[in-house]
Ligand binder design. Structure first.
Ligand SMILES: [Zn+2]
Length: 421
């Protein structure tokens, strides 16, 4: 593998508080000082931005079980095109990733992905919320986190024991926060629009109750719990209060909850159906405020591929979820950075150091000697999202045709260029 020399880039490295023009070298898969490369391919990055590789801690790859919608290879290619160099694979596959064998299978399939695929194991057997999974052996098999995403452990006693075991084995918990008795039967946010459209609603309290439960358990046990896809105003307020008290909780926001509301559902397009559902404008504004003040520290996509056949049914019957890997950066850059909600280093932190911190990865930076996982983008390029060009096997996105600013132009994993526009 030839050395690389990136010249004249705007280098943003949140962990080291760097935002400056400079050069960066890559040799033998590692970051080196620009002066240390030999016989390198020189890439001029004038006007472009170079950052640590993006991490998405919330991705559904659908393999094994639903390879019509996505595979580890196609999801990995979509991630590379989106600027992600590491993705955490959710365990709700068929069979679920709740055994050592399932984790080994994923690690094997991950060799076909151009980006790093980090396994997440179920916290309960089969994600059914009835008995604890074998957390110790899953950790030995290489999981980076525990989650029952798509479902949520309802029994608080069981959840308490899971958090205690997670702490004993040093594994972070990523929780899909949803009280299933309150959410039962709902297909969209419960509010004005669910009444007008005549759909069953999922109340905000379904999420807020479990976030509150998790805050109390994190405090009691003193172990990290990360709240997946935070979507409501009171969720943000509870998280803000908990963090101000030093309780070890974090939260993520998805690009779709930051950019869309439940009003979109009047189009009856199933690409607006996800769980948690798109919420009210008031919730969306609260989520944006939580991003701006550091309550929410992570952007995650909840990339959830579904085939066209699965999604092309009545709204009530369609599966929840949309894809997100190939649109996340551009949407967040357009809506948060160019509109002045946060600055560019803040967004980069939420896509690099923020998720790394949730996973307990130390020093996720551009320090020489670290693996050369890099993301390069043009912050000025305007383009229209065209889902027909996606690397993902699925097309279930509500963002096709949307104009955005900021385009990924190169993704590098362990010194190898895995995507180039
Ligand atoms: Zn979820």
């Amino acid at each position: 593998m030839k050395d690389l020399l990136f010249k004249n880039a705007r280098i943003i490295d949140p962990v080291r508080n760097v935002d400056a023009k400079g050069d960066l070298g890559v040799s033998n898969g590692l970051i080196v000082e620009a002066s240390e490369v030999k016989d390198a391919t020189v890439i001029d990055l004038s006007g472009k931005v170079l950052t640590p590789g993006f991490i998405d801690i919330h991705v559904h790859l659908r393999q094994p079980g639903n390879s019509d919608a996505e595979t580890v290879a196609t999801g990995g290619a979509a991630a590379a095109a989106g600027g992600f160099t590491s993705i955490v694979a959710m365990p709700n596959t068929k069979p679920p990733a709740d055994t050592v064998g399932a984790i080994e299978l994923l690690r094997n399939m991950a060799k076909k992905s151009p980006v790093k695929v980090l396994p997440c194991g179920n916290m309960s057997v089969g994600g059914q919320g009835e008995a604890m999974a074998g957390i110790g052996s899953l950790k030995e098999a290489g999981i980076v986190a525990l989650s029952d995403d798509g479902r949520c452990v309802q029994n608080h006693g069981l959840m308490r024991h899971i958090v205690e075991y997670a702490k004993a084995f040093g594994v972070p918990i990523l929780d899909h926060c949803e009280d299933s008795s309150l959410a039962a039967g709902g297909v969209m946010h419960e509010g004005k629009w669910s009444v007008l459209l005549g759909f069953n609603g999922i109340p905000a309290a379904a999420e807020e109750l479990i976030i509150t439960r998790n805050v109390l358990l994190a405090q009691e046990i003193n172990w990290r719990i990360h709240m997946q896809h935070v979507s409501t105003r009171e969720s943000v307020n509870i998280l803000r209060y908990a963090r101000s008290r030093g309780i070890p909780v974090t939260g993520e926001a998805t690009p779709h909850h930051l950019t869309l509301t439940d009003e979109c559902i009047k189009k009856f397009d199933t690409n607006y159906k996800m769980n948690p559902p798109l919420r009210s404008e008031e919730d969306r504004q609260a989520l944006i405020a939580g991003v701006a003040d550091g309550t929410i520290t992570v952007i995650a996509t909840d990339h959830a591929p579904h085939t066209a056949t699965a999604k092309e049914v009545e709204f009530d019957h369609a599966p929840f979820g949309i894809i997100g890997l190939e649109t996340a950066f551009a949407l967040c850059h357009t809506e948060l950075v160019t509109k002045g909600v946060i600055d560019l280093p803040h967004l980069i932190r939420m896509m690099t150091a923020g998720p790394a911190e949730v996973l307990g990865l130390e020093d996720y930076s551009l320090r020489p000697g670290r693996p050369a996982d890099l993301t390069i983008f043009d912050p000025a390029e305007e383009y229209v999202i065209d889902s027909s060009k996606f690397f993902s096997k699925s097309r279930n996105t509500p963002f096709n045709g949307r104009s955005v600013i900021g385009r990924i132009i190169m993704t590098v994993v362990d010194g190898k260029v895995v995507y180039q526009k």
